[in-house]
Design a protein around this ligand. Structure first.
Ligand SMILES: *[C@@H]1O[C@H](CO)[C@@H](O)[C@H](O)[C@H]1NC(C)=O
Ligand SMILES: *[C@@H]1O[C@H](CO)[C@@H](O)[C@H](O)[C@H]1NC(C)=O
Ligand SMILES: *[C@@H]1O[C@H](CO)[C@@H](O)[C@H](O)[C@H]1NC(C)=O
Ligand SMILES: *[C@@H]1O[C@H](CO)[C@@H](O)[C@H](O)[C@H]1NC(C)=O
Ligand SMILES: *[C@@H]1O[C@H](CO)[C@@H](O)[C@H](O)[C@H]1NC(C)=O
Ligand SMILES: *[C@@H]1O[C@H](CO)[C@@H](O)[C@H](O)[C@H]1NC(C)=O
Length: 611
């Protein structure tokens, strides 16, 4: 009897029923076993699809990330040879079928080549695997109910319906129905999460049949900001991060492309920017690198939004002197938040011409893939204009109208080139700029900023540093001399200490503290990865699986609609542990979130007490 009770408990614990990440809006699952193999017949809108294992564009990615290496396999002793991987045609014209085909190729790659045996998620010493030879999934029928439009691939906030319905019946027939190809990609990610590798090798199974899922996101904007100026990241790192975002149903990668420290973006019309501004001539993004990154994102339902921060955070003095103030000034504390300072002059026709040239080169290259362009605007200090020979003042009442004129020009140009401007909150809340109501405002300072901006009628993104700054809590990067600087800064914490644990991210929702009539203006959130002390060696462990905690709140909501209560860490942690294992198997090397012991036992055996 005891044995049986234990068995049932183990089954309940081991039940992968709750294993999907992020949690679908509605899901019902059974406990039946179904196997899947490469003989599954796939159709898309009635047409047979031959799926081909996916290999990332070019060769980058393959060697760097284990698990993405595709090989031949045997099923029932029959050799299945994979032909060339499916790489969708390159270029800014997207075809729904190619998008779906790429998604299928990655989905089956994830199941058959990058699966894992979930021993670390099951009780020690218990044989949790199904007996081989059971029923197989015979068909996967994919139906897209509406046509994609050009804006599907460069969507304005909320313009794409990402919903999907996924059913797998006990007889082994699977159907995935969605109004957009993006919805199909989201559904395929869920489908891939149903299956585990069997330790027998060439067998893959789910123990959840029958499955019935109806799913859609709560917030349309679910992003991650990556700063590629403080440290440079290879194109393969960025594409790898896009893949990881898609695994968590996130849909925006915000590239903070330039800052005072480096300008890694090649602008053919202004060649000195990258020639003088990149850390090294090998560390910049060519137009084709950038297009490749954006295109890669479109194929995964991830919009890549580029930011050129201004008027502060601009370090172009060595390339084009005379356009900016305060670059390299020392002491720097009066002019900026970190050296080497630098900001565009506010009332200068050469600056306007520079911006026009920059935007006319860059923005037409972005607009096939993105609806937005971020013009920055954080941490701009009035003191910069003290050093401007034409102004020599830090009087905000003099500078405010000049900044307004600057923004009117910059945003006018963004719109003229077919994109929608985004800004950091300070332009509106500290500098009292009046911007178009199309503008998306990104907050980071916390407090009541979201409420205020939503009230002013802007669409708002939450990047509160109290929750969403993934770089916090690892210590100060500036160096201090002996004596008072050493004493005053001991023990050298960073400004946004402490670390934001996944549980803190998970406790927060962008609409927290915002009155309910304004929720419609809160379009989502972005995690921030500022990279003063982050490079390729730590990128995955800094972001994953932590970012997934915010991704679940943005997709599924803080409140579980089924129970009407806040989602519990006790429900989330085993699923997030599983998501980490899944991501590890796919080559994303996220950090552990608990002891290995905790992931094998009942969650109550790892529950903290109420004291
Ligand atoms: C599977 O589900 C069925 C129907 O709910 C139930 O009767 C059966 O006991 C379950 N089997 C196991 C092994 O949990
Ligand atoms: C998305 O499409 C689904 C299925 O057609 C529909 O039920 C849902 O209302 C749509 N969502 C939005 C926000 O339009
Ligand atoms: C502006 O610079 C002056 C020195 O010129 C300094 O005294 C003042 O504190 C600075 N203001 C700010 C806000 O940093
Ligand atoms: C800004 O520039 C305009 C045009 O050159 C000039 O007329 C105006 O005086 C300048 N404003 C300030 C505050 O210097
Ligand atoms: C913005 O407006 C507030 C409130 O009227 C005022 O205190 C502040 O000085 C203004 N800031 C600027 C830069 O004009
Ligand atoms: C749910 O979480 C929010 C924070 O997102 C918190 O303000 C609220 O009090 C929680 N509700 C309950 C019932 O615990």
């Amino acid at each position: 009897m005891l044995c049986r009770a234990l068995f049932v408990a183990v089954l309940a614990l081991g039940s992968p029923a709750s294993a999907l990440w992020p949690a679908p809006k509605q899901a019902s699952t059974g406990n039946g076993t179904l196997f899947i193999d490469q003989t599954v017949q796939v159709t898309y809108n009635g047409e047979q699809v031959r799926w081909i294992p996916y290999r990332p564009h070019g060769d980058d990615g393959d060697e760097n990330y284990p698990g993405s290496d595709f090989a031949e396999t045997r099923i029932n002793n029959q050799q299945i040879s994979y032909t060339a991987s499916y790489v969708p045609p390159s270029g800014p014209h997207f075809d729904s079928k190619q998008i779906v085909q790429g998604g299928l190729s990655r989905t089956f790659g994830a199941i058959f080549q990058q699966g894992f045996v979930p021993w670390m998620l099951r009780a020690r010493g218990v044989d949790f695997e199904p007996a081989l030879g059971g029923r197989r999934i015979a068909t996967l029928q994919i139906v897209q109910t509406q046509h994609d439009s050009a804006s599907t691939f460069r969507p304005l906030n909320g313009a794409v319906n990402e919903s999907y319905a996924l059913d797998v019946d006990a007889a082994g027939h699977a159907t995935l129905v969605a109004p957009s190809s993006t919805g199909i990609l989201r559904g395929l990610e869920t489908f891939s999460q149903l299956f585990f590798q069997h330790s027998a090798g060439t067998a893959w199974y789910t123990q959840l049949a029958p499955v019935s899922i109806r799913d859609e996101p709560k917030y349309p904007h679910r992003g991650l900001l990556l700063d590629v100026s403080r440290h440079w990241f290879a194109v393969s790192d960025i594409k790898h991060t896009i893949d990881a975002l898609a695994m968590n149903k996130m849909n925006v990668l915000h590239l903070h492309a330039t800052d005072t420290q480096s300008w890694p973006l090649e602008i053919p019309a202004l060649p000195l920017l990258a020639e003088k501004g990149a850390y090294h001539k090998s560390l910049s993004y060519s137009p084709s690198d950038l297009a490749g990154i954006q295109e890669y994102g479109v194929h995964r339902g991830v919009q890549v939004i580029v930011e050129i921060d201004m008027p502060g955070h601009v370090g172009i003095d060595q390339a084009y002197p005379g356009l900016s103030n305060a670059y390299g000034v020392n002491p720097w504390q009066w002019y900026c938040a970190q050296p080497p300072c630098g900001s565009l002059k506010l009332n200068d026709s050469s600056v306007e011409k520079f911006i026009d040239t920059l935007f006319e080169d860059l923005l037409p290259r972005l607009s096939p893939y993105s609806a937005y362009f971020h013009t920055g605007g954080d941490e701009y200090k009035a003191n910069n204009s003290l050093l401007d020979p034409a102004l020599k003042t830090s009087d905000q009442s003099v500078l405010q109208p000049l900044l307004q004129k600057f923004l009117d020009h910059v945003h006018g140009k963004v719109r003229e080139l077919g994109l929608v401007p985004m800004v950091w909150e300070e332009m509106i809340l500290d500098w009292n700029a009046t911007l178009g109501k199309d503008v998306v405002a990104q907050t980071w300072l916390g407090g009541g900023a979201i409420q205020k901006l939503a009230q002013l009628g802007y669409k708002v993104i939450d990047s509160s540093n109290d929750f969403y700054y993934l770089d916090c809590g690892r210590g100060e990067f500036l160096d201090f001399d002996n004596g008072a600087p050493f004493q005053n800064n001991y023990p050298f914490l960073d400004w946004c200490d402490p670390t934001k644990n996944w549980k803190l991210l998970y406790s927060h929702e962008p609409t927290d503290g915002v009155s309910s009539d304004l929720h419609k203006n809160v379009i989502g959130g972005e995690l921030a990865v500022w990279t003063e002390t982050i490079d390729t060696t730590s990128l995955d462990t800094i972001i994953w699986p932590r970012a997934g905690a915010a991704a679940e709140v943005w997709w599924s909501g803080r409140v579980d609609e089924a129970t009407g209560t806040n989602r519990s860490q006790l429900d989330a942690r085993p699923r997030l542990s599983e998501q980490r294992e899944r991501m590890l198997a796919r080559g994303v090397r996220g950090a552990p979130i608990t002891q290995l012991w905790c992931s094998q036992v009942d969650v109550h055996d790892c529950e903290g007490g109420n004291y």
